[in-house]
Every structure is written in structure tokens, then in C-alpha cells.
Design a protein around this ligand. Structure first.
Ligand code: NAD
Length: 507
């Protein structure tokens, strides 16, 4: 077997070899699908090879996973929590290596890579507490000697399909909760981030084995649309959690709905940040930079639309252009880099094409300079444009920021709500009545509604997700766990009469 070059040697610490099998089936690594290379976005050179899953590998893995669900379901929830606690500890012990791999394979800067793995660890901690709080309620019955209660039971197997831009955090949001709720997990990561899929799965599999549990409780596959479709069609999977583009999400939802399965969708965003005339402009500009340029504009919560009150418009645009000039573009693993490359060569081509279209619709823009390099680096771009331009309604996945002018708060809200997506939104103002209007019924229509913080950077304690074209799903904290369980209303008669409820329906 060949060896890694020096800079990739650390990968062996997290179980990655120059050539890897990409299916974790019943505790064994195998693969009989295509051989693909995972590529470093900073130079487009291969890091390691992966043998993807074939449909036969999928079927074998699913059979084992389905069988394992009959065992996992019987473990008391706090015991399942203990397993998730150990998964958190296993990730903690490899945090630096995993973060480095994430940065290397996805292209986000190292602090973001480490931060993303930390988010999974935090999700494990959250889920451990939750494992003792999967509470239902007791409801007073109107019938004598009767009692009504709500029971929450596991679904069985939860399918998790994830996107390239958060290749492990999204797994954490779903898997930690799904596992403590009593479900087995079948995970298909993004086809361009197979190494992180394998490294995470190895750590999780080791914890299951150490506890003498079937490793098939966590089953994973590297692959693309074919495996994704297999999950969407599979009647053994009552819930499919899908994260990705609205276009693919809609297809997945239709397939899952045809078999009356449930879908949890986390789809595209097109997020606006509003700066009112009374805002702390310095705070706002720093926030916009962080939200528009971070992860090279490839976050679902990236700020794409900046809405600025006409009174502060020129000052904001000037300060922003100045701030953009300071952004250090370079190798994501290098200290001091703020902006890494786009994820793939195709993403860069798509961005360049998109910028051409945008320039034809925008009023003026910062000079777009394509950076000469072997990697997928692009210049972060600011475009002054009308809110009615077609491109503003779409999500171009890269560091492009549309700047739009408005006169009143009501107009700003209308623009905020005028796009098909509804993930995140933020307002900068010192006025409390504006903030309360913003979060109220006539305010932002998004799932995430912030004031004086950027559109990104959501905490795991709250439910994460968006409305409209973003799919309506909620993941991570708060009551999100309820989607991973089936819910029964149980009425128990402990008397010997059969009284009817008033206005009883005989259904
Ligand atoms: P994508 O839709 O191309 O792919 C997402 C996943 O779907 C991948 O694993 C892919 O292999 C799989 N897939 C592709 N075709 C499929 C099919 N026919 N059936 C089943 N699965 C299929 O998205 P992407 O380019 O990886 O990710 C970027 C998108 O994800 C952006 O739109 C971004 O906003 C969105 N996103 C949303 C959230 C959120 O929480 N709302 C989080 C991260 C990313």
C-alpha cells in the first residue's frame, strides 16, 4: 500500500489511508462501487482514494441496520445517551485532526473546521441531557376512570443525507438526536467529502463495538445521487433528513412522500441583513464581512443580500469596500487566512458564470478579479443591484453580496420576505420597537430572525431551519427531537364502564 505525503500523514491518526473503502456495513468496511479521489480545493490535487458504495453494498448495509434497530430501540433512552456521550468523547480526543481534515477536504479555514467538529461534540452533550427529557404529557380525561397521555416512541431507522459545506455538523444535528430518540442512523455524506464521512464513522463505530452493540446501529455510505435515491425510496426508513439544494430537496421530498415517509428538509438560503439608519455601523459592517465572506460564502446562512437605509448607504458601502480589501485569501490551513477556496473546480466555474450574469443585471460592482492559482480561489464580490433583479432571488453559492437601498423599515421587510427562500435574516438597529416588529407577525418570514448579530452563527440550543423554499425542517436544539419520534395519544380506561366523551366522535 502506498504512503501519504508528509502533509497528509496526520490522516492516519483518524483512520484514513491512501485508499479507503466507503461503506460501513454491519461493522465492516467494504465497497464495490466507483473509485473516486477526494480532492484538496486549495490545489485540486488528490488527497486519497475512496471506493464508493454500490447498490449491493447499500442493500447489505440496510439489512443489518434494520436488524440492529430492533436491539437499539430496546435500550433505555438514558443508556442511549451514555453511548452518545462516549461518541462525544471520542470526537473530543481527535478534534484537531478532524478539524484539519475538514479544512483540507472542504476548503473552509482551519478555525471553522475545528469549530464545526466542536459543534458535533456540543450536539453530543446536548443529546445526552435530552436522553432524560423525552417527555410526553398527561392530559386530563373528561371520562371517569380514564387517563390520557402522550407517548413518544422511536421511528426505527433515520436516513441522513448531507451537503458538502457542513460535512459533519449536519450529521451531528441529526444523528445525536436520532440516536438518543432510539433510532438507528444511515448516513450518506456528500460525494466530494468522503474522507470526513469515513473518519467520523470510524470513531462512532468504535464506540458501538466497545459497548458490545451492533455497529450497524450507525451505517454509512460514500456515494452520490444513486445512494441518495435508494435512501429516499427505502420503506425501511420512515424519516429522511435531507440537507442540500432546494432543487434536489424537492425531488427527495416527492420520492419520500410517494411512500408516505416523512422528510426533514434543510435547503437553500438567500439571507438578508438589514442596516437601519440608527444602527451601530461598525458592528454591522464587521458582521456583514463575517457573514458574507466566511466559508467563502458557502454557508446556508451566508449573508447574500445587504439592505441598507438610504441615510447610511454611502457610509456603509465605503466601509465595507475597505473591509473587503483587508480579507486575506489563501490556503485554508494557513494561519491568518480569512477566505479559502471554493469547494470544487465546478463551484468556481459556476461562480464565475454567475458573476457574469450578475454584472449584466447590477448597477455597479467591485472589480472582479479571478485569482490565478491551481486551486478554486475567487475574489469576494459586492454588487449594487435592484431588489427586483432576477439574480437576487437565487442562491449563488460563493462570496457574492448584493447591496440594496431602502427608505423605510416596512420596505426592508418586504424585500427581506420577497425571495423564495426563508432561512436566516438579521436587522441592525438600536430601536427596540423595530426589533419587536421584526420578530413579530409582520416582520421577517424566516426560521432564523436575528437582531444585531449576523445571519450565520446559530447556536445549537435553538432549533435550526427555515421556511418556504428552505424546506420547513428544524434541527438541533429546542423541540427538534420530536421529528425523530412517532407520537401516540393513549387513552387508558382503568374502570369497568365504557362512558362516551361529550361530543364524542365515533371515528
Ligand atoms: P446538493 O443538493 O447538490 O447535494 C446534497 C446531497 O444530496 C449530497 O449528499 C448529494 O449527493 C445528494 N443528492 C444529489 N442528488 C440526489 C438525488 N437525486 N437523490 C438523493 N440525494 C441526492 O447540495 P450541495 O451542493 O452539496 O450543498 C449546497 C446546498 O445545501 C446549498 O443550497 C445550501 O444552502 C444547502 N444547505 C442548507 C443547509 C440548511 O441547513 N438549510 C445546510 C447546509 C447546506
Amino acid at each position: 500500500m502506498s504512503c501519504f505525503a508528509k502533509e497528509y500523514e496526520f490522516l492516519t491518526e483518524i483512520g484514513i489511508e491512501p485508499r479507503n473503502y466507503g461503506s460501513f456495513v454491519d461493522g465492516y468496511w467494504k465497497g464495490s462501487g466507483s473509485v473516486v479521489s477526494s480532492v484538496n480545493p486549495a490545489n485540486n490535487k488528490p488527497i486519497a482514494e475512496v471506493v464508493e458504495a454500490s447498490s449491493q453494498d447499500y442493500e447489505e448495509g440496510m439489512q443489518a441496520c434494520f436488524k440492529a434497530s430492533k436491539i437499539w430501540i430496546q435500550l433505555p433512552a438514558p443508556k442511549r445517551g451514555e453511548i452518545v456521550r462516549q461518541i462525544g468523547d471520542a470526537l473530543r480526543s481527535k478534534l484537531e485532526y478532524l478539524g484539519r481534515l475538514l479544512s483540507l477536504e472542504m476548503g473552509k479555514i482551519l478555525p471553522e473546521g475545528i469549530g464545526e467538529v466542536q459543534e458535533v461534540i456540543d450536539m453530543c452533550d446536548f443529546a445526552v441531557g435530552l436522553s432524560r427529557q423525552l417527555n410526553g404529557s398527561v392530559i386530563p380525561s373528561e371520562r371517569p376512570n380514564h387517563m390520557m397521555l402522550e407517548m413518544w416512541n422511536p421511528l426505527g431507522v433515520v436516513g441522513v443525507i448531507t451537503a458538502f459545506n457542513f460535512p459533519c455538523a449536519v450529521l451531528g444535528w441529526n444523528a445525536c438526536i436520532a440516536l438518543v430518540c432510539g433510532n438507528c442512523v444511515v448516513w450518506k455524506g456528500a460525494p466530494t467529502t468522503p474522507l470526513i464521512t469515513i473518519a467520523m464513522t470510524k470513531l462512532i463505530g468504535e464506540v458501538l463495538e466497545k459497548n458490545s452493540l451492533p455497529a450497524a446501529i450507525f451505517t454509512s455510505f460514500c456515494g452520490g445521487a444513486e445512494i441518495g435515491q435508494a435512501i429516499a425510496k427505502d420503506t425501511r426508513i420512515p424519516l429522511v433528513s435531507f440537507t442540500g439544494s432546494s432543487k434536489v430537496g424537492l425531488m427527495v421530498q416527492q420520492t419520500v412522500s410517494q411512500r408516505f415517509g416523512k422528510c426533514l428538509l434543510e435547503l437553500s438560503g438567500n439571507n438578508a441583513l438589514i442596516i437601519m439608519d440608527d444602527a451601530d455601523i461598525k458592528l454591522a459592517v464587521r458582521s456583514v464581512l463575517f457573514a458574507a465572506v466566511g466559508t467563502a460564502g458557502q454557508r446556508c446562512t451566508t449573508c447574500r443580500r445587504l439592505l441598507v437605509h438610504e441615510k447610511v448607504y454611502n457610509s456603509v458601502v465605503d466601509q465595507l469596500l475597505e473591509a473587503y480589501k483587508q480579507v486575506k485569501i489563501g490556503d485554508p490551513l494557513e494561519k491568518g487566512t480569512l477566505l479559502g477556496p471554493l469547494h470544487t473546480r465546478a463551484s468556481r466555474e459556476n461562480f464565475e458564470k454567475g458573476i457574469k450574469v450578475i454584472k449584466s443585471q447590477g448597477k455597479s460592482s467591485q472589480v472582479v478579479r479571478i485569482i490565478e492559482s491551481k486551486g478554486n480561489f475567487v475574489q469576494p464580490t459586492i454588487v449594487e443591484i435592484s431588489p427586483s433583479a432576477d439574480v437576487v432571488k437565487e442562491e449563488l453559492f460563493g462570496p457574492v453580496l448584493y447591496v440594496l437601498k431602502f427608505k423605510t423599515f416596512e420596505e426592508a421587510v418586504e424585500i427581506n420576505n420577497s425571495v423564495p427562500q426563508g432561512l436566516s435574516s438579521s436587522i441592525f438597529t438600536r430601536s427596540s420597537d423595530i426589533i419587536f416588529k421584526w420578530i413579530g407577525p409582520q416582520g421577517s418570514d424566516c426560521g432564523i430572525v436575528n437582531a444585531n448579530i449576523p445571519t450565520n452563527g446559530a447556536e445549537i440550543g435553538g432549533a435550526f431551519g427555515g421556511e418556504k423554499g428552505t424546506g420547513g425542517g428544524r434541527e438541533a436544539g429546542s423541540d427538534s427531537w420530536k421529528q425523530y419520534m412517532r407520537w401516540s395519544t393513549c387513552t387508558i380506561n382503568y374502570g369497568s364502564e365504557l362512558p362516551l366523551a361529550q361530543g364524542i366522535n365515533f371515528g
